[in-house]
Design a protein. Structure first.
Length: 511
């Protein structure tokens, strides 16, 4: 266990020099995520929510602790073999690091250095402990005269020194990591978002019904959902950030800096984002005010034409600094909707967890085909020639957001009093808008809900229905109709491959 602690501490120190994302727990965890079947991934999101990454990291540490005990027992009997087993774990970490999409040979260093140090510590400690495990000295020997007593004392001294050195290495690693990330934090702290050239219209009066228990119209940054595969949130200095645009149909490849974006036309828009992993009635949807640059303008500047105008590329592959790839239809981005490279969110620079310094936001598409965070590269290609990260894992290539609705209040298994009970929630069908919401009780007739004022067709819409509740157990259901006249289906389908369907229902006990 002490040798394992040394491995992690020294690896953290080394990863502070290389990059924080190269630590063994992060790279092995990333490899696990990459190889997790969609059903298991859905289970993790469903049961652990945004804490799924913490659960994975704790699971890896628990497994390492068990393996450390097993290797320690092996080392007591076969000292060299035990130390060699530690080196094997280092190789596993190194291979996982180099095999990451964003990996480089240098990323193997933390795992290798940590394993070498741990193997040496284990060899040393077992050597100190070994004599203490021999039979006790003959009767009559003075206390402290036998090898066993001396080596027990030596083991304690060596173990204490190793543990103290590990703690020091871990502390120094964290300090170095903080120092490296200080530049990114400073660039975000010092950033003053420009006044938009095309500001978002004011949210109309009545768009937020302000009903107790109902999601606010604008989702605060701290409450906005986060679903991604990054175990370590990238922290990028805006001053050093660059975006490369290249590929099929590019007449003029571009490389733009953050300052370049600030010098372009800045737009501000209210847009609702939704995750394809959101089950019926789930929490992975939110509405924010985004500020940034139209992506279509940059593509046109590079000479890109959509397929409808003869362009050879039908897919944009956006790459993140963490290795994520997201494929977005070129036609969708260039059809006139407000697809943007976002710089700010709800009046402040993007939070690190939501993609600082720059991320993509495309209304009307689920996030896994549109919302690349920490973006660094855009390649124009075709869907036939390249499958992005989630498409390789059984998800659809193209995924427009489905018409959905959710009951926020009353909560499941609530116990309201008989009388008028407001049944309220949100409905969304980005880029189509919501035209009607209906509620029914216990499978009866559908009743039209009152809709809040509509901000725009790219945001969700609040609704409320005044229910004359009577005593007893009741099931409430909701369905929405989008701006095209299509009504949400009641057929229950899971999230894979392109989003869940079905009516959200809530059971309450009126008493």
């Amino acid at each position: 266990m002490i040798a394992g602690l040394c491995a992690l501490a020294v690896a953290e120190l080394a990863s502070a020099v290389v990059r924080p994302e190269a630590g063994p727990v992060a790279v092995v965890g990333g490899a696990v995520i990459d190889r997790t079947p969609p059903a298991v991934k859905d289970f993790a999101v469903r049961h652990f929510g945004t804490a799924d990454k913490l659960v994975l990291q704790l699971g890896i540490l628990a497994l390492l602790a068990v393996l450390a005990v097993a290797v320690g027992i092996l080392a007591l009997r076969h000292r060299l073999l035990g130390s060699a087993a530690v080196l094997v774990f280092g190789v596993v970490g190194a291979v996982a690091a180099v095999g990451r999409p964003e990996g480089s040979p240098a990323d193997a260093l933390p795992s290798v250095v940590g394993a070498v140090v741990a193997a040496g510590v284990l060899y040393l400690l077992v050597g100190r402990l070994g004599p203490a495990l021999r039979p006790s000295p003959p009767a009559g020997a003075r206390d402290g005269q036998g090898d066993g007593a001396f080596d027990r004392r030596g083991f304690v001294i060596a173990a204490t020194a190793a543990a103290a050195a590990s703690a020091g290495a871990g502390f120094l690693g964290r300090r170095l990591t903080s120092s490296v990330q200080a530049g990114a934090a400073a660039s975000r702290r010092d950033l003053v978002l420009p006044v938009p050239d095309s500001p978002a219209p004011a949210v109309p009066p009545g768009a937020d019904l302000r009903i107790r228990g109902l999601s606010s119209f604008i989702t605060p940054n701290k409450s906005f959902y986060r679903v991604d595969t990054a175990l370590v949130v990238p922290r990028i200095d805006a001053d050093s950030w660059r975006l490369r645009i290249h590929g099929k149909g590019i007449a003029r490849p571009l490389t733009v800096s953050f300052q370049d974006l600030l010098g372009r036309e800045i737009i501000e828009r209210d847009i609702t984002l939704a995750c394809v992993s959101n089950e019926v009635g789930g929490p992975y949807v939110g509405n924010a005010r985004w500020i940034g640059v139209r992506l279509a303008d940059l593509l046109r500047e590079a000479g890109v034409k959509p397929p409808s105008r003869g362009g050879p590329a039908d897919q944009i592959v956006a790459r993140s600094v963490d290795g994520m790839t997201i494929g977005t239809p070129v036609e969708t981005v260039m059809d006139g909707r407000d697809a943007i490279l976002a710089l700010g969110m709800n009046g402040e620079p993007l939070p690190f967890a939501h993609g600082f310094p720059v991320r993509m936001v495309v209304p009307g598409l689920y996030g896994y085909v549109s919302a690349c965070k920490w973006i660094k590269d855009i390649e124009l290609t075709t869907f036939a020639s390249y499958d992005a990260y989630w498409v390789r894992r059984s998800w659809s290539r193209q995924a427009p957001v489905k018409t959905e609705s959710r009951i926020d209040t009353p909560r499941p298994f609530a116990s309201p009093k008989p009388g008028i009970v407001p049944v309220a929630g949100v409905a969304w069908a980005q880029h189509r808008g919501i035209s009607r919401v209906e509620v029914r009780v216990d499978g009866g007739a559908w009743h039209p809900a009152r809709l809040a004022a509509q901000d725009n067709r790219d945001t969700w819409r609040q609704w409320v229905w005044e229910w004359s509740a009577t005593s007893g157990h009741h099931t409430l259901e909701v369905r929405a109709t989008d701006g095209t006249g299509a009504t949400q289906t009641g057929d229950r389908v899971g999230t894979v491959p392109d989003g869940a369907t079905g009516w959200h229902s809530v059971v309450v006990d009126v008493s």
